[in-house]
Design a protein around this ligand. Structure first.
Ligand code: A2P
Length: 272
């Protein structure tokens, strides 16, 4: 298949071992840089909210796979993904053209550190995200475990442009309006803080600057970061991870992992 050609529906008979075929059920383009798609969920596929999988497309000699956080919760009937579009990207240059009914391939093993199990109990969970880094948190803010474990969940999302916030804003509004979710957990525990860096918006600035200046905590009406009660998850570009991690460490929080839960965890928003 030509590298620029749209993904086509494929017979699943040629599926490589350990790969599941997903059928695309919806595609939403937010900007010329960001889109969301949903797929069917194979009954055998299990994952923990916040984990990522390897996604590829059929066709070509050697399929290319890229890591994608699953944006839907572990109980969801469908799988959801939030993706950047890289014009010359080996995968996203094709993936951005997928249509309802097309086939996407997914390796069957999910993994990752942005999971509730990798954090020790606390009162307040911060989810710091930039760009498509909101994806694992889109999963976790729909998981009852997150609300059982924490009194308050603060999702921060910073993007270059206002239009890039829309996916998160719509998702949080839909959670608050969802009767079933309101029965499963207390949606008023969720706080959504948005900021923009390259356009006019009521809240401007990088999350790192807002943490450092204390503006984030003033605006939220909460005390500064405290390792006794605050927990963190970070997902964004390599530079954003490094800088945000340094600020959490400065506040006295230590990094955890699946086999060593602690006060914060990080994961790169992979496809760029
Ligand atoms: P900025 O516009 O100042 O670069 P990207 O799409 O490049 O991943 O950026 C998403 C958001 O993350 C942008 O608002 C960007 O701000 C911000 N950002 C980029 N680098 C960092 C960093 N090192 N620390 C915190 N935020 C960052």
């Amino acid at each position: 298949m030509d590298a620029q050609a749209p993904a086509m529906q494929q017979d699943t008979a040629d599926l490589p071992k350990g790969v599941l075929a997903l059928t695309v059920t919806s595609v939403t383009h937010y900007t010329d840089r960001l889109f969301h798609f949903a797929t069917t969920r194979p009954p055998s596929f299990r994952f923990r909210s916040g984990e990522f999988v390897m996604i590829g497309l059929p066709g070509g000699d050697k399929p290319i796979y890229r890591a994608y956080s699953v944006a839907s919760p572990s109980w969801g009937e469908e799988l959801e993904f939030f993706s950047i579009k890289v014009p010359d990207g080996p995968l996203t240059s094709r993936l951005q053209h997928i249509k309802v009914g097309d086939t996407v391939w997914m390796r069957e093993k999910a993994t990752g550190t942005l999971v509730n199990d990798a954090l020790i109990p606390g009162k307040r969970l911060y989810m710091f995200s930039t760009g498509t880094g909101i994806a694992p948190f889109a999963s976790l803010i729909r998981d009852p475990d997150t609300y059982e474990k924490f009194d308050q969940i603060i999702l921060t999302h910073t993007c270059r442009e206002v239009a890039e916030l829309k996916y998160g804003l719509d998702l949080v509004a839909s959670i608050r309006a969802d009767e079933m979710l309101n029965e499963l957990f207390d949606t008023s525990k969720l706080v959504h803080f948005t900021s923009v860096t390259r356009e006019d918006y009521p809240q401007k600035g990088r999350i790192t600057d807002l943490i450092e200046s204390g503006e984030l905590f003033d605006k939220l009406g909460v005390p500064p970061l405290d390792p006794e009660v605050d927990r963190g998850m970070i997902c964004g570009s390599m530079a954003m991870l490094k800088d945000t991690k340094a600020l959490l460490e400065k506040a006295g929080l230590t990094e955890g992992a699946n086999n060593n839960p602690a006060q914060f965890v990080i994961e790169r928003a992979f496809v760029n």
